[in-house]
Design a protein around this ligand. Structure first.
Ligand SMILES: NC(=O)c1ccc[n+]([C@@H]2O[C@H](COP(=O)([O-])OP(=O)(O)OC[C@H]3O[C@@H](n4cnc5c(N)ncnc54)[C@H](O)[C@@H]3O)[C@@H](O)[C@H]2O)c1
Length: 282
């Protein structure tokens, strides 16, 4: 999709981090932007901040893990704008821990947001985008965690591997049935965002205090993510990479650091039929 100005973009998880950077970049391209997020105060601040800069932007509270909430988002966007040209499935959360120590609530929360959010976004918006007949694009934010496997973060890796597979299938489905709609899969390295503090949006029904064990492995990896995010890239870099990929209709948008060595190494392990080799980034 070459011409962005005047078109409509919907960004889940748009109130902070990579989503907010995408909103800033896309409104800078002249797009009308709808931010969807679960965090009220951050959403209000994001919308007001962008409006103050002259952007055409609105916000809607939405829980991407809830199909009805995403359907309500789509209905509101089409009532207000009559179209969606760019859907950014970006909302995501992180939790750590050994695969067998992570609780059922951990799996339900992380898979519900990271995978369920993308599924719900595709199901609510893509049929409407196809029916609209215009050129469009779906941008799914996965992670290099979707192309690699590291210890103590199995729940998150599982969700992101699923998003990679789903996005590749979506690419093929749209190529055959609606080639006017492109797909990009964004797999960032470590980025300076609030991902290490994902618990702030964890619902009480999937409580972090109930059956969630505070183990050494969980503590270690969650602290590591907090520190790594602090030292991570500016989210604006990912936003610029994304805008370029949308314009070039490019699917894979991967990291530009040592995470690529991990992804290559894992693919070599698979193709050579050897057991997974433990590798660490950077
Ligand atoms: N930060 C990194 O290093 C990094 C690396 C690779 C991939 N990612 C991915 O980038 C995406 C954005 O994360 P971020 O790093 O900007 O983190 P962030 O915490 O700064 O932003 C995530 C946003 O998602 C929102 N959100 C959380 N749960 C939600 C829900 N149920 N419904 C709607 N919105 C919800 C949050 O309120 C927040 O605004 C995620 O999918 C994440 O997995 C991040």
């Amino acid at each position: 999709m070459q011409d962005l100005a005047g078109k409509v973009a919907v960004i889940t998880g748009g109130a902070s981090g990579i989503g907010f950077a995408l909103a800033t970049a896309l409104s800078g391209e002249g797009m009308q932007v709808v931010l969807a997020d679960i965090e009220h105060a951050a959403l209000d601040a994001a919308v007001q901040g962008l409006q103050a800069g002259g952007a055409t932007v609105s916000g809607q509270i939405c829980d991407v893990s809830d199909a009805a909430s995403v359907e309500a988002l789509a209905e509101a966007v089409y009532a207000r704008h009559g179209a969606t040209h760019l859907l950014c499935n970006n909302a995501g959360v992180f939790t750590g821990g050994l695969c067998w120590e992570a609780s059922e609530a951990d799996y339900r929360w992380v898979l519900g947001v990271n995978l369920g959010g993308v599924v719900n976004g595709i199901r609510a918006f893509v049929p409407r985008m196809i029916a609209g007949g215009a050129q469009g694009h779906v941008l799914n934010v996965a992670s290099m965690a979707g192309l690699t496997a590291t210890p103590f973060a199995g729940v998150y890796h599982t969700s992101k591997h699923a998003v990679v597979g789903l996005s590749e299938c979506l690419f093929h489905d749209l190529s055959l049935q609606a080639p006017q709609i492109g797909v990009s899969l964004i797999c960032p390295e470590m980025i300076r965002t609030g991902i290490g503090h994902s618990d702030r949006n964890r619902p009480a029904s999937l409580s972090a205090t109930g059956d969630v064990p505070q183990t050494d492995a969980r503590h270690f990896v969650e602290e590591t993510i907090k520190q790594a995010a602090l030292a991570g890239l500016d989210p604006a870099v990912i936003a610029q990479r994304s805008v370029k990929a949308i314009r070039e209709n490019r699917f894979y948008v991967l990291a530009e650091d040592s995470w690529m060595d991990l992804a290559r190494g894992r693919m070599d392990d698979i193709l050579m039929g050897r057991n997974p080799v433990l590798r660490a980034p950077g």
